[in-house]
Design a protein around this ligand. Structure first.
Ligand code: C2O
Ligand code: CU
Ligand code: CU
Length: 565
């Protein structure tokens, strides 16, 4: 080996080991008017060809939005991409129209202008595109950003909160690059780690208590976070809010879409350079990121092995501990906020969702996954939820791989994992839960404030390959205002409405409809069984959804909207 080559080799080893690029910190947008330009970009990640990317207000990723609870915020989202896309506020409680799901498309060259009041609790949320079958493409190519909601409760706690000084965003992602340095979508060969779109990053941190807002923004990979010196750190917030008290740990498993706010105490560590790592060797099989993505070597996934990240411990970010700031936070608070989960005694409805592989057997990880035996269909509303319902959703994973289940509109509380209360750090507000193979997870939530019988919300697996492949369903939340529209002019009365599969249509004496039909929202006739008694029609066999009951009466056609759940 000649000397120059040796030097280059030694240098590259050294720089690989040291972290060679300063961590990019996304700029901040705050206030009540936010403009995001979704645009194509280009980043020189490697020598040779630049990587084609997508970003918000830049080449890749997007600004961190800092929003204040109670503010009414007007957004302008300009789509300057060549693709149609959407923009979703992951974890935030907004109306279905403002949610940015797959129905709320933004064609190229147009703008979308949602506006809403920030109702959420202080926590770390995020935004990303959500076009059906294209979510992975738009996210993997780079569109994603954090949303930090602030509230008065959080403001009173002695926590670090100076962005970029003692409070840092960490968007952790793995990606697959092809031989021409281009990002490969729907790939199981994601062997490149980046934080805030920085390869091989380092971050200078002050020698004091520092806060990290961590998003697993990967398409599929689960991380098992820890520090290289095995020091303890503290989780203070889960997806949608602060925990009751800091959760002390040396490891934190984080699935795609999940967020965690962490405190690390670097006091007295000036000059040290610990790493944030993923201890993936400790992940049991059955997680994407473990040695085997399914429950054992019998279940293989195309492109997954070999991948140096799977089942091994790897560095994510190097910390270079420097001098403390002039007004450092030096202690981790003993308690945080009051967390009051919903009570099971208030539950109106329990729903069961099953996850199954499309293909059974050893090849199952290469197929797609179904929820309740169905793939996502833009035209089918899978679940109809009456406004203000308190519900338990029971998720059972009958497949060999863990799925990070996510639901829009609400934050939920995990009641049990296989019948047992979850660990303390999962007892706060969540919007993503990793459901292990053959596990049943039960959560409780309340569908409040927003009803819309036309625009649905989504629930889905946040492994974007699975989501794009159809592991998604949609629900509408329906309220009294949505039902009353036609009630005034009808000579008939229908009850109960919303109804649970059956209805009674009361008829005035002597009134006899010549014909009765039920149509769904797309105008398709729905088979139901109708029986007539003296003063009523009994209708049975409605599945979940919104329907229109047509009655041909002597005085004309009567239409009644029906909500079945
Ligand atoms: Cu993070 Cu439906 O999405
Ligand atoms: Cu979401
Ligand atoms: Cu999945």
């Amino acid at each position: 080996m000649n000397k120059i080559l040796f030097f280059l080799f030694a240098f590259s080893l050294y720089s690989w080991a040291q972290g060679q690029n300063p961590l990019a910190i996304p700029p901040v947008l705050s206030g009540t008017e936010i403009e995001l330009n979704l645009q194509p970009g280009s980043v020189q990640f490697y020598g040779g060809e630049a990587t084609a990317t997508m970003g918000a207000n830049g080449d890749i990723l997007g600004p961190t939005l800092i929003l204040q609870q109670g503010d009414f915020v007007q957004f302008t989202v300009n789509n300057q991409l060549e693709d149609t896309t959407t923009l979703h506020w992951h974890g935030m409680h907004v109306s279905a129209e403002n949610d940015g799901g797959p129905h709320t498309t933004i064609p190229p060259g147009t703008s979308w202008t949602p506006s809403f009041t920030i109702l959420d609790k202080a926590a770390t949320y995020w935004y990303h595109p959500h076009l059906h079958k294209k979510t992975d493409k738009h996210v993997s190519k780079g569109i994603a950003g954090l949303i930090l909601v602030k509230d008065s409760e959080e403001a009173q706690l002695p926590l670090p909160r100076t962005y970029g000084v003692d409070d840092f965003p960490l968007v952790i992602q793995t990606k697959d690059f092809d031989a021409n340095n281009q990002i490969v979508v729907h790939s199981n060969s994601d062997d490149v780690i980046m934080v805030n779109a920085t390869l091989d990053p380092f971050l200078s941190v002050p020698a004091q208590v520092v806060r990290f807002r961590v998003l697993n923004g990967s398409s599929q990979r689960v991380f098992n976070l820890g520090l290289s010196n095995n020091q303890t750190f503290y989780q203070i917030a889960s997806d949608g809010g602060l925990l009751a008290e800091p959760y002390e740990t040396t490891r934190l498993r984080l699935g795609p879409g999940e967020r965690a706010e962490l405190l690390v105490d670097f006091s007295g560590m000036e000059g040290q350079t610990p790493y944030l790592k993923s201890y993936a060797s400790e992940l049991p099989n059955g997680f994407y990121g473990a040695t085997y993505p399914g429950m054992g070597p019998g279940l293989q996934m195309a492109g997954y092995n070999p991948n140096p990240l799977n089942g091994s411990d790897f560095n994510i970010l190097q910390f270079q501990v420097g001098v403390p700031t002039t007004d450092p936070v030096t202690a981790v608070p003993a308690s945080l906020v009051e967390v009051t989960p919903l009570s099971e005694s208030d539950v109106n409805e329990t729903r069961s969702l099953t996850f199954t592989p499309e293909v059974l057997g050893p090849n199952q990880l290469n197929g797609q996954f179904l929820i309740n035996d169905a793939f996502f269909d833009m035209e089918v509303i899978n679940v109809t939820v009456p406004l203000d319902n308190v519900e338990i959703w029971e998720l059972t994973n009958f497949s060999g791989i863990a799925h990070p289940f996510h639901i829009h509109d609400v934050q939920f509380y995990i009641l049990t994992r296989d019948g047992v209360a979850p660990p303390v750090n999962e007892q706060g507000r969540k919007d993503v839960v990793l459901v292990r193979p053959m596990e049943t997870v039960r959560f409780i939530t309340k569908f409040e404030d927003f009803a819309d019988d036309a625009v649905p919300y989504m629930y889905h697996c946040h492994m974007l390959t699975h989501e794009d492949g159809g592991m998604m369903g949609q629900f509408v939340v329906v309220g009294p205002t949505a039902v009353d529209e036609t009630a005034a002019e009808t000579a008939i009365s229908v009850y109960p409405n919303p109804s649970k599969g059956w209805l009674s249509v009361e008829l005035e004496a002597g009134l006899s409809p010549e014909r009765v039909w039920v149509y769904d929202q797309l105008g398709r006739q729905v088979p139901v069984s109708i029986s007539k008694t003296e003063h009523a029609l009994e209708i049975e066999g409605l599945r979940n959804g919104i329907f229109y009951l047509y009655l041909q009466l002597p005085q004309g056609l009567q239409v009644q909207k029906i909500i079945a759940y």
